[in-house]
Design a protein. Structure first.
Length: 452
């Protein structure tokens, strides 16, 4: 049972001691309230060092010779298992919560519909951009994820029929996310319709779902606390068994992500601002406090207070629009985490496993990223969850996330920045269309100091 982990060399013994020391260090930094992103960077850096030092030593694992670093890989594999565990209940409750919270007819018809449209359309465009950037360079073709994976070719009519489960219980007990989202959408519509007729009947269910969503969000936060340890394990294993080409692919992945995000920023987000009759440079200057906080904190929720103040006091968006669109944008339609990133990971995973990714899969990718941009609303670790949802729905192995998680801290700053800008752009567009944008505030040369 424990043959794979027997200490059969002094190098293996030292590796175990080093791993325990790293775990102890990460625990210590956690107790000392060291910033989470810094702890992830520590895990990544130490994983890189361990992979470089111990990667050349081999041992026997399940009858085959491999690097001894493979013996600490289960730390990261546990992390992936736990993510799979929380995805289904989290997505179901989040979908229902998102839609049932917009049950006010006036809000839903005007501001709600406009907000959802702009948040989701920019996320869908982001997915297309991410796919294009990754596909052009054939990202992932030189990765060696180990083993083979055969994706069964499914007729197109079966693909769309599989969106809708024949059994709700089996759908909730499975690992495919898309049918769960479909169930959540139907339940949400039924709740909204029934609420208009008999609100006393729907209130207990809505309260229960909101409570369950809060509980599952808390469970997800517990899982996300394991990220520094998982990143250490993934990075050590990736470097320990990688050749030069694989390391080049990691750097290429980071470059592709930032290239796609820059393209999305310039030719989608800022172009929309320009089309609305607003000078993009002026808008950037006014919204810059939220952009700076987003890049440094790597948290859309943590940036929300600054986002709202920047929108109302500097950009000129009315309180009514900002207070509705702002919080919603921190939950729904995250351009980078929900669009660009999952698309890049999907292409990388498909190429790494030699799986054909054609026009049908591309269309499904756009549909899934758009729907899941609602279904994963407001969860911590949204990028990882989004990638898991998309890979699962496309029939791709979720193991494709493993290598990406290892270098995730290096792209998370940019992802959060694009997410927050996307929310700010949507708020500005909706305010412009609703005549709730104060151009005097927007074009004012006076510097407005935000509250601490």
């Amino acid at each position: 049972m424990f043959n794979n982990y027997l200490i059969d060399s002094w190098q293996k013994g030292v590796l175990y001691l080093v791993t325990l020391a790293v775990i102890a260090l990460l625990l210590f930094t956690g107790k000392k309230k060291v910033k989470f992103s810094y702890r992830v960077l520590i895990g990544m850096t130490l994983g890189l060092a361990v992979g470089l030092i111990f990667g050349g030593f081999t041992t026997d694992v399940n009858g085959s010779e491999t690097t001894i670093v493979a013996t600490i890989r289960p730390i990261g594999q546990l992390y992936l298992k736990l993510i799979q565990m929380v995805v289904i209940p989290l997505v179901l409750t989040a979908v229902i919560k998102s839609f049932t919270s917009l049950d006010n007819p006036d809000t839903l018809k005007r501001i709600g519909v406009k907000t959802l449209f702009w948040l989701l359309i920019t996320t869908t465009i982001g997915a297309a951009i991410g796919f294009g950037f990754a596909a052009i360079v054939n990202l992932g073709a030189d990765f060696n994820l180990g083993g083979t994976y055969v994706k069964e070719i499914t007729p197109i009519e079966t693909v769309f029929l599989n969106f809708f489960p024949s059994n709700i219980v089996s759908a909730l007990g499975g690992s495919v996310v898309l049918p769960v989202i479909a169930v959540g959408l139907f339940i949400s519509i039924a709740v909204i319709v029934e609420n208009k007729r008999h609100p006393e009947r729907t209130k207990p269910f809505v309260d229960f779902n909101n409570s369950l969503n809060a509980i599952m969000t808390r469970v997800t936060k517990f899982v996300m606390k394991l990220t520094p340890y998982a990143v250490f394990s993934f990075m050590a294993y990736a470097v320990g068994r990688s050749n030069v080409e694989t390391l080049k692919q990691l750097l290429l992945y980071i470059g592709i992500m930032y290239g796609a995000m820059l393209f999305h920023f310039l030719f989608v987000q800022m172009l929309l601002i320009k089309v609305m009759g607003i000078n993009p440079i002026t808008w950037i200057k006014k919204f810059s406090p939220a952009m700076f906080v987003a890049f440094t904190t790597q948290s859309s929720y943590g940036t929300l207070p600054v986002t709202l103040e920047s929108l109302t006091k500097r950009v000129g968006v009315s309180d009514k629009i900002a207070n509705f669109v702002g919080p919603l944008s921190a939950n729904v339609g995250m351009n980078a985490c929900g669009g660009i990133f999952p698309a890049v990971v999907a292409v990388l995973t498909a190429n790494a496993y030699g799986i054909q990714f054609g026009i049908v899969e591309f269309i499904l990718l756009l549909v899934i990223t758009t729907i899941s941009a609602i279904g994963i609303a407001g969860v911590p670790g949204i990028a990882t969850i989004a990638a898991a949802v998309v890979l699962s729905s496309l029939g791709l192995p979720i193991d494709g996330i493993a290598l990406i998680v290892a270098v995730d801290p290096l792209v998370d700053m940019g992802r959060t920045l694009i997410n927050v800008i996307g929310g700010g752009v949507a708020s500005t567009i909706v305010a412009r269309r609703e005549n709730e944008l104060n151009f005097e505030v927007l074009n004012s040369k006076d510097a407005v100091t935000l509250s601490e």
